[in-house]
Write a protein that binds this ligand. Structure first.
Ligand SMILES: *Cc1c(COP(=O)(O)O)cnc(C)c1O
Length: 392
């Protein structure tokens, strides 16, 4: 199989890159469930360990199935290289641990995944890495927060759960001017809908657990970027510290990538229809979805993304009580905090994903008690409307 994929379009890459057929002539990519590899001689073992001969050594850091997933995702994001990790959180940890040292500083959007906030605030801080949180779309605040010690700007766009859109090109320019790196968690759009590297970002993070798998089966993650930082520093941390991706999970993600465009288009279509319907419902105060003209960054979303994605949230009147009533009245929509599944999921951010934040942090992040988040799946949208209408 050719590796010369530069001339291929996105969907051909999604199906073909990373396939290296073995002598068995298999059509689908094989899984290599092996922890170690055999060397032909002591000299070959020595050369592999010394790094003077390429080849597999040990599956904490070299596995053919994991590599196939890494090659394919790198080709889709337009990055030089990719390092796969055991989870999305491991991808963020490996990026920070690989690239930062005590005394360094992160400026992060406040509107990021709750666990990432905890990682920055409670754990990286223990090792002398401080984080300043700013509002996702307050560009003056981003600039003000940058100090000579700032090494990373970090964000997710669209954000979870309010779907705020950050201007990647604008923040990339700021990062470059200030000599720091822009890291974008591209979980919600995936490269099928948004390519942060092409907009100037330096590193892309993925929780493959979400749309890359797309069917809620495996936990995994990835970091995409250049050979020097990601290929050496992030990979170096991963091979040493060990939060590596299992070959089985890598294979599931590899297969998931083959249908990524189709799924993201279908998720977006269903989410837009549901968001438009929710906007018409009494008892719904506000709907957050970048595809709605009422969304404050709708024009930016149109420019920066190829479609609007599968995640939406809405605020019901009546706080936690009303939100829980709506959630409990559903019959088939799954009450689970996961997202990016073919199955529609519903959650109450204030008491689940963002429950470990203080009430002040939640208020700052705009997570109201009446907020309900829906990851819109691939069921019939009319059935989704009926299931939500029961508790409205
Ligand atoms: C889920 C998620 C993560 C963490 O990924 P895991 O695979 O659960 O570790 C990071 N960022 C975003 C935006 C997520 O939704």
């Amino acid at each position: 199989m050719t590796d010369d994929f530069e001339q291929w379009g996105f969907d051909t890459r999604a199906v073909r890159v990373g396939s290296h057929r073995t002598n068995e002539g298999e059509h689908s990519e094989p899984i290599f469930p092996t922890s170690s590899y055999v060397f032909a001689s002591a000299a070959e073992a020595a050369a592999r360990f010394a790094g003077t001969q390429p080849g597999n050594i040990y599956s904490r850091f070299t596995n053919p199935t994991v590599r196939a997933f890494e090659e394919r995702l790198a080709a889709l994001e337009g990055g030089e290289t990719c390092v796969a990790t055991a989870s999305g959180m491991a991808a963020i940890l490996a990026t920070c641990a690989g690239l930062l040292k005590a005394g360094d500083h992160i400026v992060s959007s406040r509107a990021i995944f709750g666990t990432t906030v905890i990682l920055f605030q409670n754990y990286l801080a223990k090792f002398g890495i401080e984080t300043t949180f700013v509002a996702q779309t307050d560009y003056a605040a981003w600039e003000r927060a940058i100090t000579p010690k700032t090494r990373l700007l970090f964000l997710e766009t669209p954000s979870n759960p309010l779907t705020e859109i950050a201007d990647i090109a604008r923040l990339a320019k700021l990062a470059r001017a200030k000599g720091c790196l822009l890291v974008v968690d591209n979980c919600f759009c995936t490269p099928a809908l948004q390519q942060p590297l092409a907009l100037g970002a330096d590193i892309v993070i993925h929780s493959a657990t979400k749309y890359l798998d797309g069917q809620g089966r495996c936990v995994g993650g990835a970091v995409v970027g250049d050979k020097e930082r990601v290929g050496k520093e992030v990979y170096g941390f991963l091979r040493t510290a060990g939060p590596c991706l299992s070959p089985f999970n890598a294979w599931v993600f590899l297969k998931g990538l083959e249908t990524l465009t189709l799924r993201m288009q279908a998720h977006s279509r269903n989410a837009l229809a549901l968001a438009q319907w929710l906007e018409q419902q009494p008892g719904v105060k506000r709907v957050f979805y970048p595809g709605l003209p009422s969304h404050p960054q709708h024009p930016l979303a149109r420019k920066q993304q190829q479609d609007f994605g599968g995640l939406l949230s809405f605020e019901v009147e009546g706080g936690t009580k009303a939100a829980w009533r709506l959630i409990d009245a559903t019959t088939f929509i799954s009450i689970t905090a996961n997202l990016g599944d073919t199955k529609t999921t519903i959650t109450h951010p204030a008491t689940t994903t963002h429950g470990r934040l203080t009430p002040e942090q939640r208020a700052e992040a705009g997570i109201g008690d009446g907020l309900v988040r829906v990851s819109v799946g691939l069921e019939d949208v009319e059935d989704l409307k009926k299931d939500l209408a029961r508790g409205l």
